[in-house]
Every structure is written in C-alpha cells, then in structure tokens.
Design a protein around this ligand. Structure first.
Ligand SMILES: [Zn+2]
Length: 231
C-alpha cells in the first residue's frame, strides 16, 4: 500500500448535469469575471426590486442594496460555484482503524427551491481502509463550505459531502454524513414554523449496516455534550 501524502481536488465535483447548483461555466472564475458578474447581477437585482414596486433608489438604506446583494451572492452565498477550493492533502492512516468523527461543523447554505438560507450543523464520520487515507479535520470543514456555498436542497448537500469525503479517503470502510438543518423557507414563509429541523443521513460501507456497531457509535458520539444539536 502507498505510504504517501496525496493531493485530491478536481474529482470532487459531483453535481450532475441538469441541476442548477453546480459550478459556473468557466469555473474557477477570474477576479475580472467575478467583477463583471457582480455588475450584471446588480442591474438585474435592481430590476427585480422595480418589479416589486420598491422605491429603492430614493431610500438611503436601499440605494446600494442591489450591489450588496450581488456581492453577497458572488463572494459568499454562492462562492462555491465560482471559486475553487485548494487541493486537499490526505495522509496514510498508519494503522489507526477506529472511527474518525467531526461533529458540529457549522453549515450555511441556501435552499434551491426558495433561495432562503439553511443553517445548522454537519456531522461526518469515516473509517479508513487498510493502509487507507485520512485527512486533516479542518479539510472536512472546507468540504462543507465548498458545497454549502452553492445552494442546494439538503438531500443533495448530504450526498455531495458524503461523496467528496469518500473520494478523498480512498479505500475507506465507510463514510457517514448527517445534517441537522433549519430552513428559513419553513420558518419565514409558507407554514412559518420556527424551530423545526430537517435531519438527513447518507451512509456507505460499514455505516449502512444496522447490525454493525460503527453506525451506533457514530450516533452515540453525537449525543455526548453535543451543544444542543440533538439527533
Ligand atoms: Zn426552501
């Protein structure tokens, strides 16, 4: 088995054709491309507010809003569509064959259906294979950021994060990802219910088997002093 660091990047892209939350054409975009996109989106958002009969041009609080919104989308809310993540280095597991869990990774995303924010936490567990690869914990946070900052439905986001972790930890015995998400589209519109959380889980390998203790160990670990994110 290879006993080396390994860099993984381009093959993390998993959004299928036909969905609008993949990377933008020309990805990763240059600084000039992004500046041009912000200018175009600013004009278009002003027209959107005009359509809503909002007198934004004469309100000191709103006159810069189209530009603020355009910048927020390009630089933050949808940054994962335009800006590439630096390659992730994985390391040999050096004989450790236990479960590796990072829990309570903060999530900010946006639902594809209503363009309202999704907040919450992502919990990730995996077991490296014989001579398999492990990754630094902060890299799991970066994967969550990359896919969260594109907008998605929570089910897609759970699968995308799962598949990315699985690819980087090549040869793993299993990967499990659970997201506890609070959707503003539920609390601010439609039914307007505060506090409801959506829980999604994508599991592979040993974590798919209910009789395997790894799945139980993962969920038990989330309950220990878990900062209020109850599963
Ligand atoms: Zn929604």
């Amino acid at each position: 088995m290879e006993n080396k660091r390994r860099k993984v990047h381009e093959e993390l892209e998993v959004v299928q054709e036909g969905f609008a939350n993949g990377v933008a054409p020309g990805f990763p975009l240059s600084k000039d491309d992004k500046a041009e996109m912000i200018d175009e989106a600013e004009i278009a958002y002003g027209q959107f507010l005009d359509a809503l009969r909002c007198d934004w041009r004469n309100d000191p609080n709103s006159m810069e809003t189209p530009r603020r919104v355009a910048k927020a989308y390009v630089n933050d809310l949808w940054a994962g569509r335009y800006t590439a993540m630096s390659p992730i280095t994985s390391f040999p597991s050096d004989g450790y064959d236990g479960i590796i869990i990072e829990r309570n990774i903060p999530l900010t995303s946006m639902c594809s259906h209503h363009h309202q924010t999704i907040g919450g936490a992502v919990h990730i567990g995996y077991i490296a294979g014989e001579g398999g690869q492990v990754i630094g914990l902060s890299k799991l946070n970066r994967i969550v950021e990359l896919f969260g900052r594109r907008g998605a439905i929570q089910e897609q986001l759970t699968s995308a994060i799962h598949n990315a972790v699985s690819k980087i930890t090549d040869g793993n015995k299993g990967v499990i990802v659970t997201i506890v998400g609070t959707h503003n589209c539920v609390s601010c519109r439609g039914v307007k219910h505060q506090g409801a959380a959506m829980v999604t889980t994508k599991a592979s390998g040993v974590f798919r088997d209910n009789k395997n203790l790894s799945r139980k160990e993962f969920f038990d670990s989330l309950k220990i002093n878990n900062g209020g994110h109850n599963i």
